[in-house]
Design a protein around this ligand. Structure first.
Ligand SMILES: *Cc1c(COP(=O)(O)O)cnc(C)c1O
Length: 390
């Protein structure tokens, strides 16, 4: 027994250091990282500019609280809202907290509209986090089991289905405050909505005065080959949440808002002790600098389409493979058989770090710095893994 609570099942590998798309364990063994700590280390491990920013800021100031103006926070807000064509930002420490902020904005929006029993529409198979409100918004039995009573006020519809949402509008329209959706569902196995879906959601939300809230915690910051996945369809949401890649491993989350949603919080209505501290915000600004200077959004699109094509070509007709799907460097390989054991096999036998979502879908989320050699190596190692499965 360990002194740790039993909520994780870690593999018996202990990493000691990383560089770019590689990690080394405490026995000196090298691994190719096709997971990036679940879409977090997008600019690669130990990027020298991130290391330098952390070192320098640690010697200046880590924390002073939001009782004082924080220049790095203001700078990061300007950078993100400019990239997203939105108005204002709130900073916190994780994805779940960013979604909590978004859900609180939805409630304030309802209050302003005089809705007494507000509803937020969420999607089947969604994942929005592990806090009470966000697990209530998530459609995952594993997240919810045993935690009743859940937070009220969520109603779910099938992902990608505009007609289902219109039916809900007919039935509950007056009570609905917002729609919260992942542009590509990550935790449920890289589910990609049909083209035009987000645009249709945007139009419906405009017509009904609902807030469109995009959870871009996994899809955002270049992962799908655009700065934000909504941009594939020219969609600007009212509220957008970010976390994962924003700090490349330094915890930070953000809730962006635009229009009336950007002015719903007032002094004292929301806050966070650590949120937006100088260290996290400076690191996030450095992440954005690196992404711009190294052209990582374009690289994600380019390498992502090469990787998807290579996998589709190589796995075509493979009896164990149901589907290969993805967007940019967010790729899922859905298998016929339960495949949860493959993450361990891939790491220990093939030196490849992957994840298996919902027990059946191999999920690839490599660093956005991925180059040709590592892309080819990912395909080779995956094919070897799948061959050993048969
Ligand atoms: C990871 C994730 C979250 C939760 O983020 P945490 O930082 O773990 O709280 C929420 N939504 C989506 C889409 C995610 O991928």
């Amino acid at each position: 027994m360990t002194a740790l609570m039993n909520n994780y099942q870690p593999l018996p590998i202990s990493f000691e250091r990383g560089a770019g798309c590689r990690l080394w364990d405490n026995e000196g063994r090298e691994y190719l990282d096709a997971l990036a700590g679940v879409a977090v280390t997008s600019v690669g491990h130990s990027h020298p500019r991130i290391v330098e920013a952390i070192r320098d800021q640690a010697g200046l100031l880590l924390h002073c609280s939001n009782l004082y103006r924080i220049d790095w926070q203001a700078r990061l807000a300007t950078r993100l809202t400019t990239l997203a064509a939105m108005d204002r930002a709130f900073f916190c420490n994780s994805g779940a907290e960013a979604n909590e902020a978004a859900l609180k904005l939805a409630r304030l929006h309802a209050t302003a509209k005089g809705i007494s029993q507000p509803l937020v529409v969420v999607m089947e198979n969604s994942f929005h986090g592990r806090t009470f409100a966000t697990l209530s918004a998530s459609d995952s039995p594993a997240c919810q089991a045993g935690f009743a009573p859940l937070v009220e006020g969520f109603i779910s519809v099938p992902f990608g289905d505009v007609l289902a949402l219109e039916a809900v509008a007919q039935r509950y329209g007056q009570r609905i405050a917002a729609v919260m959706v992942e542009p590509v569902q990550g935790e449920s196995g890289v589910q990609v909505a049909p083209g035009g879906y987000l645009k249709a959601l945007r139009e419906l939300c405009d017509a009904q005065q609902w807030l469109l809230m995009l959870d871009e915690i996994q899809t955002g910051l270049g992962r799908t080959g655009r700065w934000f996945a909504g941009q594939h369809e020219g969609v600007v949401p009212d509220v957008m949440t970010l976390a994962k890649a924003l700090g490349n491993g330094v915890p930070i989350g953000a809730c962006l808002a635009t229009g009336t949603a950007a002015s719903l919080f007032s002094p004292g209505s929301h806050g966070s002790t650590f949120g937006g501290n100088p260290l996290a915000c400076r690191v996030a600004c450095t992440v954005l600098d690196i992404m711009e200077q190294e052209n990582l959004v374009a690289n994600a699109e380019h390498q992502g389409s090469l990787l998807l094509d290579a996998l589709r070509g190589a796995l075509k007709g493979h009896p164990g493979v149901v589907a290969v799907r993805g967007h940019g460097l967010m790729i899922g390989i859905e298998l016929q058989q339960p495949a949860a054991h493959l993450a361990k096999l891939a790491a220990l036998e093939h030196g490849l770090l992957i994840n298996v979502a919902r027990g059946r879908t191999i999920r690839l989320l490599p660093p956005l710095t991925l180059g040709n050699e590592d892309r080819v190596a990912i395909v080779e190692r995956l094919l070897a893994l799948l061959a050993s499965m048969r």
